[in-house]
Design a protein around this ligand. Structure first.
Ligand SMILES: [Mn+2]
Length: 359
C-alpha cells in the first residue's frame, strides 16, 4: 500500500536529520489553526509531488502552548493525527539547519517571516498565503498569494487538482475544518468567504461525505471550550501585557464565568500569584467574557502590593466600567467584579490604565 498522510507523519521524527537537505514548511508565529493545518498538509503535498525535497511540517510554537488552541487539539484528534507525531518550535533548530546549508523554508499562512526568524529570510523558497503581500521574501521564491478566506483553501485546491488519488478523510477533515472555521461556515455575512473557498469546501464534502455543519459546530464549540484548561493556562491562553510607567500590568481574557472558574479551582489566587511572580507583574487582571445566555463581562483583580491595589481599585471604580463587587467567598486576595459596561474590552481598558499610571 502506498503511503498515506498519517504514515508520512509517523515517520517524520525518525527521518529528520541536520545532515541532509530539508524543506521546512512552517506557519506564522501566532500558530492559529490555519497555520498548523497548512503546514502539515502542505508538507504532505510537497512529499507527494517530490519526496526528494524532504519536507517537514513545523508548528511554529512550543509544544506546551498547543493545548491552548483547543480547536486545534480537537481537529487533529478528529483527523486521527497523534500530536506526539508533530514537530514543534523546540524540535528543529532552524538556524543550525541554515548554517549547515541544508535549509529550504516554505512559509504558509504568512508571507513576511516573523521578526524573531528574520535571519532565515534568504532560505525562503516558497510561499502559500492569503494575507496582503508584503513582498519581503527573496524574489526567487515560488509564491502563491491570493486573498481567499483560508490558506488551507489554496492547499485543498492543489490536492484536488494534482493529487486527487491521495485525498483521504483525515486530510480533508483538517482542510475542511479549517476552511469552515476561517470563513464562519462559508457565511457571506461574515465577510471572509470567497468563491474559491466555497468551491474547495464543496468538492471536499462531495468526495468524502464529511458533514459540513456538524464539523463546523463542533469546531466552533471547541474553540471556546476551555474546560480542559487549568487556571494558569486559562490566564495565558489570550494574554497581553504592558509597561505603564513603573507599573507592569498583564491582562488575560478568560472565556468563562468567575463562578465556574472557582468551582474548578477554588484557589485562583494561588494561580494568579504564580503568574504574577513568573512574569514580574505588578498587576494582573483577568477579563472574563462569556455568553450564558446574555453576554456578560466580569473582572478579576490580583495585586500583591496593598498601596498599589487600593490606588488601582479606587481608580477603576471611578471609570465608566461599571464595576460591582461580586459576593464571592474566596480565601485568597483576588477581587471579583461584575463589569456592567459591556463596551469596555481589553483594547479599551488598556489606554485608560496607561493614562492613569503615566500621568
Ligand atoms: Mn490564515
Amino acid at each position: 500500500m502506498s503511503k498515506d498522510m498519517i504514515s508520512f507523519l509517523e515517520e517524520l521524527k525518525s527521518n529528520f536529520s541536520y545532515d541532509k537537505p530539508v524543506t521546512v514548511v512552517m506557519g506564522n508565529e501566532a500558530a492559529d489553526l490555519d497555520s498548523m493545518v497548512s503546514a502539515v498538509t502542505c508538507a504532505w503535498y510537497l512529499y507527494l509531488s517530490d519526496a526528494s525535497s524532504n519536507p517537514f511540517p513545523l508548528i511554529n510554537i512550543p509544544r506546551a502552548d498547543f493545548k491552548l488552541r483547543t480547536e486545534a487539539v480537537f481537529l487533529f484528534n478528529e483527523a486521527g493525527v497523534n500530536l506526539d507525531l508533530l514537530m514543534f518550535a523546540e524540535d528543529i533548530d532552524l538556524l543550525r539547519l541554515k548554517e549547515s546549508g541544508n535549509l529550504k523554508l516554505v512559509l504558509v499562512d504568512h508571507n513576511k517571516i516573523g521578526s524573531d526568524q528574520e535571519n532565515l529570510i534568504d532560505t525562503v523558497t516558497g510561499i502559500i498565503d492569503h494575507h496582503a503581500d508584503e513582498k519581503t521574501y527573496p524574489s526567487s521564491a515560488d509564491v502563491d498569494i491570493r486573498p481567499v478566506g483560508s490558506a488551507s483553501t489554496i492547499i485543498a485546491e492543489s490536492f484536488l487538482k494534482n493529487q486527487s488519488n491521495s485525498i483521504t478523510t483525515p486530510l480533508c477533515t483538517l482542510l475542511l475544518g479549517t476552511i469552515l472555521l476561517d470563513t464562519v461556515n462559508l457565511d457571506p455575512a461574515a465577510g471572509r468567504v470567497t468563491d474559491d473557498d466555497e468551491k474547495a469546501a464543496a468538492a471536499i464534502v462531495k468526495i468524502t461525505g464529511l458533514d459540513q455543519k456538524i464539523l463546523f459546530d463542533k469546531l466552533q464549540f471547541e474553540k471556546f471550550n476551555v474546560s480542559s484548561l487549568g487556571s494558569y493556562d486559562l490566564l495565558r491562553k489570550d494574554y497581553k501585557e504592558w509597561q505603564f510607567g513603573s507599573v507592569k500590568c498583564g491582562i488575560g481574557a478568560v472565556l468563562q464565568p468567575i463562578e465556574k472558574w472557582i468551582q474548578k479551582d477554588p484557589d485562583i489566587s494561588k494561580a494568579c500569584d504564580r503568574y504574577l511572580s513568573e512574569r514580574n507583574l505588578d498587576i494582573l487582571f483577568a477579563m472574563n467574557a462569556f455568553t450564558a445566555p446574555e453576554f456578560t463581562r466580569q473582572l478579576v483583580v490580583y495585586i500583591k502590593d496593598e498601596a498599589l491595589r487600593s490606588r488601582t481599585i479606587d481608580f477603576l471604580e471611578t471609570t465608566e466600567m461599571g464595576l460591582e463587587k461580586l459576593d464571592i467567598d474566596n480565601e485568597g486576595s483576588c477581587l471579583f467584579y461584575n463589569q456592567k459596561n459591556l463596551g469596555i474590552s481589553r483594547k479599551k481598558l488598556q489606554p485608560l490604565l496607561k493614562d492613569f499610571f503615566e500621568k
